[in-house]
Design a binder for this molecule. Structure first.
Ligand code: DAH
Length: 342
């Protein structure tokens, strides 16, 4: 009897998956399979033919056994190493490059613009005392800004508070340094406000101060117009308004044409077409006196601006709260932005 077809089937049956192994076992090694059927046939053969046929069946059985075991070893080995296999043709994971927070970007831009005309950086603490936040800056004892409604007091008995503006740093610098002084002081400030699209309990300012002999209001005006043009663009319309601050005499505010509605009127400019970008003035002689600088000899100008306000205008950001919520979709807009070239 010819068993070559069975041998071929044993040799060619697929043996690469666990399912292949199961069906191979069923076909060639188990009761009811093909080989088992031939063993049944063996008993019906005439005595003389049985030994040869029996031997042929044994050989096929050994062959099937051998293939099966080899495949089993192979499959186990493959399963053991599979988790460590990497496919180098797979696309790489995308790694987000990250980006700077818009307030950090805008602060750097402002610092950069003033550093080109000789301003250096100064710093001061966020927890302040009454002297540096109010008294040395010529605030009257009953000035409304000293009210609990506006200021977070930490220890009212000792006059400790969270600074409400970066003008505190003017005082600290003038107390320890003699003119000429030309500094820029960025920092976080705190006010007792209800959080909304337009107000927050903390925000960021940059204070500027220039003190020397013969500093005039013309210097102030030229410097700040230079800044606005460098920051917002040379064709940005500006408007000066007289104002009042306890620590400057003359005091002014600088407005620019609203960059959001281009003068048409919108909620950001309160429908006036103009938005205030900074406060400034000539340092009040009382402030010089409080800081130990001779007001007969020196004059100076100071200015303060809100970083959020400038960022809002430059990047058309409608709601102040976006700066502190840190939603990825907001921050991702600033990926890749950096300082302008020198
Ligand atoms: N400190 C003021 C504020 O928080 C801003 C300011 C106005 C600062 C005029 C100045 C200045 O130095 O001269 O609103």
């Amino acid at each position: 009897m010819d068993l070559s077809a069975v041998e071929k089937a044993i040799l060619e049956a697929p043996l690469s998956t666990p399912e292949d192994l199961l069906s191979f076992q069923k076909n060639f090694l188990k009761k009811g399979g093909v080989l088992d059927g031939y063993y049944g046939l063996l008993r019906t053969l005439p005595g003389a033919e049985r030994p040869a046929f029996g031997q042929a069946l044994q050989r096929l059985r050994a062959l099937a056994e051998e293939r099966f075991q080899a495949a089993q070893v192979h499959l186990r080995a493959a399963e053991a190493i599979r988790p460590t296999l990497t496919d180098p043709t797979f696309p790489a994971f995308t790694i987000s490059p990250g980006g700077r927070h818009p307030l950090s970007l805008v602060e750097s831009q402002i610092v950069h613009i003033f550093s080109r005309i000789g301003f250096t950086l100064a710093d001061g603490p966020e927890i302040e005392d009454d002297w540096h936040n109010f008294s040395a800056l010529n605030f009257e004892p009953d000035h409304p800004a000293r009210d609990m409604q506006d200021t977070f007091f930490i220890d009212p008995a000792r006059g400790l508070l969270l600074r409400t503006h970066t003008s505190t740093i003017q005082v600290r610098v003038m107390e320890r340094q003699k003119p000429p002084i030309r500094i820029l002081a960025p920092g976080r400030v705190y006010r007792h406000e209800t959080i909304s699209a337009r107000a927050h309990v903390y925000f960021h300012q940059i204070e500027g101060l220039y003190v020397a002999e013969g500093v005039s209001a013309a210097d102030l005006k030229a410097t700040l117009e230079y800044f606005v043009q460098a920051f917002f663009g040379t064709d940005t319309p500006v408007r000066w308004r007289a104002s009042y601050f306890p620590f400057t005499e003359m005091s002014a505010e600088l407005d620019i044409a609203c960059l959001i509605c281009h003068g048409e009127g919108c909620p950001v400019c309160k429908h006036t077409g103009w938005v205030e970008v900074l406060g400034c003035g000539m340092v009040d002689p009382n402030v010089f006196q409080a800081c130990g600088i001779d007001p007969e000899k020196y004059t100076g100008y100071a200015f303060g601006m809100g970083i959020e306000r400038l960022a809002q205008l430059k990047y058309q950001i409608p709601d102040l709260r976006l700066f502190s919520q840190n939603h990825y979709r907001f921050l991702a807009n600033f990926q890749g932005y950096d300082l302008p070239p020198n």
